[in-house]
Ligand binder design. Structure first.
Ligand code: HEM
Length: 195
């Protein structure tokens, strides 16, 4: 946070901190720990069941996002003014985005051992969201939390403590890559210590 031009770090997410730019809080964070082989296996094993139900799971995630954080709707031209959950859920734009998110997550899970592919996929996503859709990066963090919450609720037998730990790390990796890309294209002044 910055006070009278002096910026200090405020820990908010794993060893993260915040910077302010144009009145908006921008996050700084260190590179998250790499996933272990065991965590990678857990992620792949737990994802199979979710992806079998990709449409229902994806829509549940986005519905939770938009009902718990209605400001996230502002980026979607076709349902930004809709408050009625049933009407929102029927939106083609929402359902399409749900599948896109699930499909991108599937690619990340399939390539969880491949750091280059992970970076490449997230670069494309982050770039389009920053430049084309003008989505503030903080919404990626919110969505990551919502994904975990919904998966734990929808698949309680699969998403026990171990799976939750592995998935939290994956979500931190996703968010870290996204913030790197946002910083590279000049969205915020993120000055992390990762190489
Ligand atoms: C892991 C997170 C996400 C993934 C994988 C993802 C993926 C995608 C993909 C593949 C597209 C279509 C291609 C493109 O334009 O890039 C898209 C479009 C879009 N995304 Fe996301 N997205 C994510 C998070 C978000 C968030 C958090 C928001 C805003 C709250 C958002 C808002 C949008 C919007 C407004 C579009 C354009 C929709 C349209 O034109 O119909 N996305 N997303």
């Amino acid at each position: 946070m910055c006070v009278s031009g002096v910026c200090v770090c405020v820990s908010i997410y794993r060893q993260g901190c915040e910077m302010e730019r144009n009145g908006e809080v921008q996050e700084q964070m260190e590179r998250p720990e790499a996933l272990t082989d065991g965590e990678r296996a857990t992620i792949q094993n737990t994802w199979a069941k979710v992806y079998e139900n990709k449409e229902a799971a994806g829509v549940a995630v986005l519905m939770r996002l938009f009902t718990s954080f209605p400001s996230a709707k502002q980026f979607f031209s076709q349902f930004r003014h809709i408050d009625d959950p049933e009407e929102m859920q029927a939106s083609t734009q929402l359902r399409k985005h749900a599948l896109r998110v699930m499909s991108a997550l599937n690619t990340l899970v399939e390539n969880v051992h491949d750091g280059e592919k992970t970076a490449e996929v997230l670069k494309v996503v982050a770039k389009s969201h920053a430049v084309k859709h003008n989505v503030e990066p903080g919404y990626f963090k919110i969505l990551a939390g919502v994904i975990l919450e919904v998966l734990v609720e929808a698949f309680p037998e699969t998403f026990g403590t171990e799976a939750q730990g592995a998935w939290s790390k994956l979500m931190a990796v996703v968010y870290w890559h996204v913030t790197q890309v946002y910083a590279e294209i000049g969205w915020g002044s993120i000055n992390n210590t990762a190489e």
